[in-house]
Design a protein around this ligand. Sequence first.
Ligand code: MLT
Length: 258
Amino acid sequence: MIITTTEAGHGPAIVLLHGFPLDQSMWHAQRSEIGKHYRVITPDLSGHGQTPLGDQPLTVDRMADDVVELLDHLQIEGSVVIGGLSMGGYVALSIVARYPNRVRALLLINTRAGADVPDTARIREELARVVEQAKSTSIVVHTMLPRLFAPETFQTQPELVASMRKVMTESDPVGVAATSRALATRTDRVPDLAKIKIPTLVIAGSNDQLIPLAESEAMAVAIPGSDLVVIPDSGHLSPLENPDATNAAISAFLGRLA
Ligand code: MLT
Protein backbone atom coordinates (compact mmCIF):
# COMPACT_ATOMS: atom_id res chain seq x y z
CA MET A 1 0.00 0.00 0.00
CA ILE A 2 1.41 3.39 -0.97
CA ILE A 3 0.79 5.95 1.75
CA THR A 4 -0.72 9.32 0.87
CA THR A 5 1.65 12.24 0.73
CA THR A 6 1.75 15.99 0.28
CA GLU A 7 4.80 17.80 -0.95
CA ALA A 8 6.19 21.21 -1.80
CA GLY A 9 9.27 22.57 -3.52
CA HIS A 10 12.14 21.24 -5.60
CA GLY A 11 15.68 20.24 -4.80
CA PRO A 12 17.20 17.69 -2.42
CA ALA A 13 14.45 15.69 -0.72
CA ILE A 14 13.61 15.98 2.96
CA VAL A 15 10.91 13.71 4.39
CA LEU A 16 9.11 14.92 7.52
CA LEU A 17 7.08 12.45 9.59
CA HIS A 18 4.28 13.67 11.83
CA GLY A 19 3.45 12.83 15.44
CA PHE A 20 0.56 10.86 16.96
CA PRO A 21 -2.36 11.27 16.45
CA LEU A 22 -1.77 14.01 13.90
CA ASP A 23 -1.16 14.17 10.16
CA GLN A 24 0.82 16.00 7.48
CA SER A 25 -0.96 19.28 8.25
CA MET A 26 1.43 19.85 11.16
CA TRP A 27 4.23 20.58 8.63
CA HIS A 28 2.55 23.37 6.66
CA ALA A 29 5.03 26.02 7.84
CA GLN A 30 7.97 23.79 6.86
CA ARG A 31 6.48 23.07 3.41
CA SER A 32 6.17 26.78 2.72
CA GLU A 33 9.57 27.87 4.11
CA ILE A 34 11.93 24.87 3.72
CA GLY A 35 10.11 24.14 0.44
CA LYS A 36 11.70 27.28 -1.06
CA HIS A 37 14.99 25.37 -1.43
CA TYR A 38 14.17 21.68 -0.90
CA ARG A 39 11.62 19.09 -1.93
CA VAL A 40 9.66 18.66 1.29
CA ILE A 41 7.74 15.37 1.41
CA THR A 42 5.19 15.04 4.22
CA PRO A 43 3.29 11.72 4.21
CA ASP A 44 0.32 10.71 6.30
CA LEU A 45 1.51 7.59 8.13
CA SER A 46 -0.78 4.51 8.07
CA GLY A 47 -4.04 5.02 9.92
CA HIS A 48 -3.56 8.82 9.97
CA GLY A 49 -4.91 11.65 7.83
CA GLN A 50 -5.73 10.42 4.33
CA THR A 51 -3.82 7.12 4.62
CA PRO A 52 -5.97 4.12 5.59
CA LEU A 53 -4.75 1.64 8.15
CA GLY A 54 -4.30 -1.18 5.62
CA ASP A 55 -4.57 -4.91 6.20
CA GLN A 56 -1.23 -5.72 7.80
CA PRO A 57 -0.83 -5.40 11.59
CA LEU A 58 0.47 -1.91 12.39
CA THR A 59 3.93 -1.56 13.92
CA VAL A 60 6.42 1.31 13.98
CA ASP A 61 8.68 -0.78 11.73
CA ARG A 62 5.83 -1.21 9.25
CA MET A 63 5.37 2.57 9.19
CA ALA A 64 9.08 2.79 8.38
CA ASP A 65 8.68 0.19 5.60
CA ASP A 66 5.78 2.27 4.21
CA VAL A 67 7.96 5.39 4.05
CA VAL A 68 10.71 3.52 2.18
CA GLU A 69 8.08 2.09 -0.18
CA LEU A 70 6.84 5.64 -0.78
CA LEU A 71 10.40 6.74 -1.66
CA ASP A 72 10.63 3.85 -4.13
CA HIS A 73 7.26 4.82 -5.58
CA LEU A 74 8.47 8.42 -5.97
CA GLN A 75 11.58 6.98 -7.67
CA ILE A 76 13.86 8.56 -5.10
CA GLU A 77 16.65 6.01 -5.07
CA GLY A 78 19.50 7.73 -3.24
CA SER A 79 19.57 8.73 0.39
CA VAL A 80 17.38 11.56 1.72
CA VAL A 81 17.12 13.65 4.84
CA ILE A 82 14.54 12.09 7.17
CA GLY A 83 13.01 14.01 10.03
CA GLY A 84 10.33 13.04 12.49
CA LEU A 85 8.48 14.57 15.39
CA SER A 86 7.83 12.29 18.37
CA MET A 87 6.16 9.21 16.79
CA GLY A 88 7.65 10.38 13.48
CA GLY A 89 11.04 10.27 15.21
CA TYR A 90 10.42 6.65 16.28
CA VAL A 91 9.74 5.87 12.62
CA ALA A 92 12.83 7.81 11.49
CA LEU A 93 15.00 5.84 13.95
CA SER A 94 13.56 2.58 12.59
CA ILE A 95 14.40 3.68 9.03
CA VAL A 96 17.98 4.64 9.89
CA ALA A 97 18.53 1.33 11.75
CA ARG A 98 16.94 -0.88 9.08
CA TYR A 99 17.57 1.04 5.83
CA PRO A 100 20.80 2.96 6.58
CA ASN A 101 21.54 3.49 2.87
CA ARG A 102 18.35 5.50 2.42
CA VAL A 103 19.17 8.17 5.03
CA ARG A 104 21.56 11.03 4.29
CA ALA A 105 20.91 12.93 7.53
CA LEU A 106 18.52 12.76 10.45
CA LEU A 107 16.32 15.26 12.27
CA LEU A 108 14.94 14.06 15.60
CA ILE A 109 12.34 16.53 16.82
CA ASN A 110 10.80 16.29 20.29
CA THR A 111 11.24 12.54 20.31
CA ARG A 112 12.96 9.75 22.21
CA ALA A 113 14.78 6.53 21.33
CA GLY A 114 13.63 4.33 24.22
CA ALA A 115 10.69 1.92 24.14
CA ASP A 116 7.67 2.28 26.44
CA VAL A 117 8.06 1.29 30.07
CA PRO A 118 5.44 -1.33 31.10
CA ASP A 119 3.15 1.26 32.74
CA THR A 120 3.02 3.39 29.61
CA ALA A 121 2.38 0.33 27.45
CA ARG A 122 -0.51 -0.64 29.74
CA ILE A 123 -2.02 2.85 29.52
CA ARG A 124 -1.77 2.70 25.72
CA GLU A 125 -3.64 -0.63 25.64
CA GLU A 126 -6.34 0.84 27.88
CA LEU A 127 -6.58 3.90 25.61
CA ALA A 128 -6.89 1.66 22.54
CA ARG A 129 -9.73 -0.28 24.19
CA VAL A 130 -11.64 2.88 25.16
CA VAL A 131 -11.25 4.35 21.66
CA GLU A 132 -12.48 1.11 20.09
CA GLN A 133 -15.46 0.81 22.41
CA ALA A 134 -16.47 4.47 22.05
CA LYS A 135 -15.65 4.53 18.31
CA SER A 136 -14.35 7.98 19.11
CA THR A 137 -10.98 9.59 19.77
CA SER A 138 -12.36 11.98 22.38
CA ILE A 139 -10.41 10.28 25.23
CA VAL A 140 -7.18 10.91 23.31
CA VAL A 141 -8.10 14.55 22.73
CA HIS A 142 -8.94 14.86 26.41
CA THR A 143 -5.74 13.27 27.71
CA MET A 144 -3.18 14.39 25.11
CA LEU A 145 -4.17 17.86 23.90
CA PRO A 146 -3.40 19.62 27.22
CA ARG A 147 0.15 18.21 27.08
CA LEU A 148 0.91 18.74 23.39
CA PHE A 149 1.57 22.47 23.70
CA ALA A 150 3.55 24.65 26.05
CA PRO A 151 1.18 26.05 28.72
CA GLU A 152 1.58 29.59 27.30
CA THR A 153 0.59 28.46 23.78
CA PHE A 154 -3.00 27.90 24.95
CA GLN A 155 -3.19 31.66 25.62
CA THR A 156 -1.03 32.99 22.80
CA GLN A 157 -2.12 30.74 19.90
CA PRO A 158 -5.62 29.39 20.61
CA GLU A 159 -6.29 28.96 16.88
CA LEU A 160 -3.37 26.53 16.68
CA VAL A 161 -4.74 24.51 19.58
CA ALA A 162 -8.17 24.49 17.89
CA SER A 163 -6.73 23.25 14.60
CA MET A 164 -4.90 20.34 16.26
CA ARG A 165 -7.99 19.54 18.32
CA LYS A 166 -9.89 19.23 15.03
CA VAL A 167 -7.26 16.92 13.51
CA MET A 168 -7.30 14.71 16.61
CA THR A 169 -11.09 14.67 16.86
CA GLU A 170 -11.47 13.72 13.21
CA SER A 171 -8.79 11.00 13.34
CA ASP A 172 -9.97 7.49 12.52
CA PRO A 173 -10.62 5.69 15.87
CA VAL A 174 -9.51 2.37 14.36
CA GLY A 175 -6.23 3.95 13.24
CA VAL A 176 -5.69 5.62 16.61
CA ALA A 177 -6.29 2.37 18.53
CA ALA A 178 -3.94 0.42 16.24
CA THR A 179 -1.28 3.11 16.53
CA SER A 180 -1.54 3.20 20.31
CA ARG A 181 -0.74 -0.53 20.34
CA ALA A 182 2.04 -0.09 17.76
CA LEU A 183 3.72 2.55 19.92
CA ALA A 184 3.46 0.30 23.00
CA THR A 185 5.33 -2.52 21.26
CA ARG A 186 8.00 -0.51 19.45
CA THR A 187 11.67 -1.53 19.54
CA ASP A 188 14.07 0.14 21.96
CA ARG A 189 16.38 2.14 19.66
CA VAL A 190 18.71 3.40 22.43
CA PRO A 191 21.37 0.74 21.60
CA ASP A 192 21.32 1.96 17.97
CA LEU A 193 22.12 5.59 18.78
CA ALA A 194 25.89 5.11 19.06
CA LYS A 195 25.88 3.46 15.61
CA ILE A 196 24.37 6.48 13.85
CA LYS A 197 27.13 7.82 11.62
CA ILE A 198 25.21 10.43 9.62
CA PRO A 199 24.73 14.12 10.44
CA THR A 200 21.99 14.38 13.04
CA LEU A 201 20.18 17.31 14.57
CA VAL A 202 18.17 16.84 17.75
CA ILE A 203 15.51 19.51 18.29
CA ALA A 204 13.81 20.00 21.66
CA GLY A 205 10.94 22.26 22.68
CA SER A 206 11.92 24.51 25.60
CA ASN A 207 8.70 23.60 27.40
CA ASP A 208 7.83 20.17 26.04
CA GLN A 209 5.51 18.49 28.56
CA LEU A 210 5.94 15.04 26.99
CA ILE A 211 9.69 14.81 26.33
CA PRO A 212 11.82 16.30 29.13
CA LEU A 213 14.76 18.35 27.85
CA ALA A 214 17.15 16.02 29.69
CA GLU A 215 16.03 13.15 27.45
CA SER A 216 16.80 15.11 24.28
CA GLU A 217 20.16 16.11 25.74
CA ALA A 218 20.97 12.47 26.54
CA MET A 219 19.95 11.40 23.04
CA ALA A 220 22.20 14.05 21.49
CA VAL A 221 25.11 12.92 23.68
CA ALA A 222 24.53 9.29 22.60
CA ILE A 223 24.58 10.09 18.85
CA PRO A 224 28.18 10.76 17.81
CA GLY A 225 28.71 14.27 16.44
CA SER A 226 25.06 15.30 16.69
CA ASP A 227 23.86 18.80 17.56
CA LEU A 228 21.05 19.88 19.85
CA VAL A 229 18.93 22.99 19.33
CA VAL A 230 16.33 24.06 21.90
CA ILE A 231 13.37 25.92 20.39
CA PRO A 232 12.14 28.71 22.68
CA ASP A 233 8.45 29.37 23.38
CA SER A 234 7.57 25.86 22.39
CA GLY A 235 6.09 22.70 23.81
CA HIS A 236 5.91 19.32 22.06
CA LEU A 237 4.88 20.80 18.68
CA SER A 238 7.81 23.14 17.95
CA PRO A 239 7.29 23.16 14.14
CA LEU A 240 3.82 24.64 14.78
CA GLU A 241 4.32 26.63 17.99
CA ASN A 242 7.51 28.35 16.89
CA PRO A 243 7.84 27.75 13.15
CA ASP A 244 10.38 30.56 12.60
CA ALA A 245 12.91 29.19 15.10
CA THR A 246 12.27 25.59 14.00
CA ASN A 247 12.70 26.47 10.32
CA ALA A 248 15.86 28.43 11.09
CA ALA A 249 17.34 25.41 12.92
CA ILE A 250 16.37 23.02 10.11
CA SER A 251 17.65 25.39 7.37
CA ALA A 252 20.99 25.90 9.11
CA PHE A 253 21.38 22.13 9.49
CA LEU A 254 20.47 21.48 5.84
CA GLY A 255 22.82 24.27 4.77
CA ARG A 256 25.71 22.58 6.57
CA LEU A 257 25.06 19.36 4.60
CA ALA A 258 25.44 21.07 1.23
C1 MLT B 1 3.57 11.96 19.56
O1 MLT B 1 3.51 13.20 19.65
O2 MLT B 1 3.81 11.41 18.48
C2 MLT B 1 3.30 11.14 20.78
O3 MLT B 1 3.49 11.90 21.93
C3 MLT B 1 4.16 9.93 20.78
C4 MLT B 1 3.90 9.05 21.96
O4 MLT B 1 2.78 9.03 22.47
O5 MLT B 1 4.82 8.33 22.35
